[in-house]
Design a protein around this ligand. Structure first.
Ligand SMILES: Cc1ncc(C[n+]2csc(CCOP(=O)(O)OP(=O)(O)O)c2C)c(N)n1
Ligand SMILES: [Mg+2]
Length: 360
């Protein structure tokens, strides 16, 4: 018999290595062999998500938006790279930081803005706010504030998708902190044992509110949980939309074809505090030095530089995209602001389900 000491084991556990070092991977993306039109569309989508979140952040500071708003600025490449390979009939779930997940599915800026402003035209009729986004027609099955709550729901949706027999799948975005919830491990196990078509997207931004992952887990590598459950996986720089898209495509083909669960770990960083627009808000953690470097590892800037360097676009093309994005943001914001709030008499209408057949 051979005894294993916990200390030695933890020392030798595989980790993220260079991927978690913000001084690495700052150079422009490798885009050889990629379709220029697709890359420009990715650039535009990422920029639109960023500008939308900046607009929401500004409105939080001005007390125009009253709901808590968790911004994913810096993490845009992940949903954009994945959504490119999804069908409208797939079943996608987010969490508390899901503006980008929602918009990448093609849901409208107006329905997001109206929701965070509490307008009746919002994604949840203005009743939910930033963490209760939903758009059935875009395959977005919902986001919720309870960490990990959508993970077992996505596994159930994957079972329903498999039973429908049409090749649809489920996708769930979950953070590194969600892996500290038991239900995530039950979900991975069940999906593996039942061979359910679900893509688990582990958005490893290294933090759960103010705590770095190394203060919470014996390894910063989340992919180890895929390995433990026999689930096919990939580990990517989550700030590289080309890598995210390539690996997501490969995994999704496996997921639909077999069907079987798959797992994508994307390493990234959020630039703002855990909640709200401030950069220096995370209690007890000095992130400022790292943030300087993570800004250089910007998913949008790195793609823009590559597009210009490789002749796929000029700087004035990118400027024109930015102007069009800004115009779209301003138009959607103005429209949402002008929309009415729900009447107070409807306050409880979205809280309790009415029993079938009961008109009262
Ligand atoms: C069950 C549960 N526990 C705690 C919280 C409080 N909480 C909200 S977000 C969060 C951190 C989640 O971190 P992570 O999953 O890494 O997502 P990120 O915020 O980094 O996107 C916590 C602890 C919660 N909402 N739900
Ligand atoms: Mg996190």
């Amino acid at each position: 018999m051979q005894a294993r000491e916990a200390h030695d084991l933890q020392e030798s556990m595989p980790g993220l290595g260079r991927l978690s070092d913000p001084r690495e991977f700052q150079q422009m993306l490798q885009t050889q062999g990629c379709d220029a039109g697709v890359l420009l569309a990715h650039y535009r989508s990422m920029l639109s998500i960023r500008r939308a979140e900046e607009r929401i952040g500004q409105a939080v500071e001005e007390h125009q938006v009253r709901c808590p708003a968790h911004l994913a600025i810096g993490q845009e490449a992940i949903p954009v790279g994945i959504a490119a390979h999804l069908r409208r009939t797939d079943r996608v779930f987010g969490a508390h930081r899901s503006h980008g997940h929602f918009l990448a599915q093609g849901a409208s800026l107006h329905s997001l803005f109206a929701e965070v402003l509490g307008r009746v035209t919002g994604a949840s009729r203005g009743m939910g706010g930033s963490m209760h986004l939903w758009s059935g027609s875009h395959g977005f099955g919902g986001s919720v504030p309870i960490v990990a709550a959508t993970v077992p729901i996505a596994v159930g949706a994957a079972l329903a998708a498999r039973m429908s027999g049409n090749g649809d799948i489920a996708v769930v975005y979950l953070g590194d902190g969600a892996f500290e919830e038991g239900v995530v491990h039950e979900s991975l196990n069940l999906a593996a044992m039942m061979k359910l078509p679900v893509l688990f997207v582990a958005e490893n931004n290294l933090f759960a509110s103010h705590l770095h992952i190394r203060q919470r887990q014996p390894s910063d590598l989340l992919e180890r949980f895929a390995l433990a459950n026999g689930i096919a996986s990939a580990l990517v720089d989550g700030n590289d939309v080309v890598q995210v898209s390539r690996e997501a495509k490969r995994l999704l083909e496996q997921c639909r074809g077999r069907p079987a669960p798959v797992f994508l770990e994307a390493v990234t960083y959020r630039w703002r505090g855990h909640v709200g627009p401030k950069e220096d808000q995370d209690v007890g953690v000095d992130r400022q030095d790292d943030l300087v470097n993570w800004r250089r590892r910007d998913p949008i800037g790195r793609l823009g530089t590559a597009l210009v360097a490789q002749g796929a676009a000029t700087q004035s093309d990118l400027d024109a995209i930015a102007m069009a994005v800004d115009a779209g943001i301003e138009q959607a914001w103005t429209q949402a602001l002008a929309d009415p709030q729900p009447p107070s008499g409807q306050l409880l209408d979205c809280v309790y389900a009415k029993p079938a057949g009961n008109a009262g």
